[in-house]
Design a protein around this ligand. Structure first.
Ligand code: C5P
Length: 220
């Protein structure tokens, strides 16, 4: 018997990568399978939540019971999140959002015409999580951090910078497209490492940990 720890709660989750157009046929993207975010969406639904998933392009099917919107760019993901954010109780930001978009997107396919490599210029994308975390009386926010080293230090800095109380960190080289993952929860109590497990099992543990911390979750 699994208690419905998120019964009656509205949960918005971002997952997967974003893609940023260079020209009509080329994109820049982040490596993300979307598996962790989709597993969290399933686990939140299992826990009784009303779940909306805003996803970048992935090969995954919509999890059972979840309402999904698929987007491409970070700006589209930002706009989709902001259009859904009212009345959400919880925002879990799992997406690997591209930090920059191409400022000089070409309307036509760039050609190999002998004039050398194209000069790509970048402009910063909105930080979706920081934007949501700054909404007065907005949803309780959980962030993710995939780092290649110094996980505890970077995760803690990120938690402070984004203005959130809970951040889930992992080492990027251990999780990319894998079916198993090792994560740590960072909050005011410090680092709490979960044992290596399938992304589904980790997702259920994380939803339980989030439900314990979420203000005013009614007892089951
Ligand atoms: O800033 P950084 O990418 O290191 O932080 C990761 C966290 O911030 C993740 O939760 C990610 O979903 C979120 N993020 C975001 N918008 C961005 C960049 C990251 O929501 N533009």
């Amino acid at each position: 018997f699994q208690p419905k720890r998120l019964k009656g709660k509205r949960v918005l989750i971002t997952a997967g990568p974003t893609t940023e157009a260079i020209d009509p046929v080329r994109v820049i993207t982040n490596r993300s399978s979307g598996k962790t975010g989709y597993a969290l969406a399933s686990a939140a639904w299992e826990a009784g939540a009303d779940v909306t998933l805003i996803s970048g392009p992935t090969a995954l099917e919509t999890p059972y019971g979840v309402v999904r919107t698929v987007v491409e760019s970070a700006q589209q993901m930002h706009d989709a999140v902001m259009s859904q954010i009212a009345h959400q109780d919880l925002f879990i930001s799992v997406a690997a959002v591209a930090d920059w978009r191409v400022a000089n997107v070409s309307g036509e396919k760039l050609k190999k015409d002998g004039s050398g490599a194209p000069k790509i210029e970048f402009a910063p994308n909105p930080d979706i999580l920081a934007t949501v975390a700054a909404i007065p009386n907005g949803p309780w926010c959980v962030g993710f951090a995939a780092e290649t080293e110094n996980l505890a230090q970077y995760a803690e800095e990120k938690r402070k910078r984004k203005g959130i109380s809970m951040l889930i960190g992992n080492l990027a080289q251990h999780v990319m497209d894998a079916d198993h993952t090792t994560v740590s929860i960072f909050d005011d109590a410090g680092e709490h490492r979960l044992p290596k497990s399938s992304k589904q099992a980790v997702a259920r543990q994380l939803i339980e940990a989030i439900a314990q911390r979420l203000p005013q979750v009614p007892p089951c």
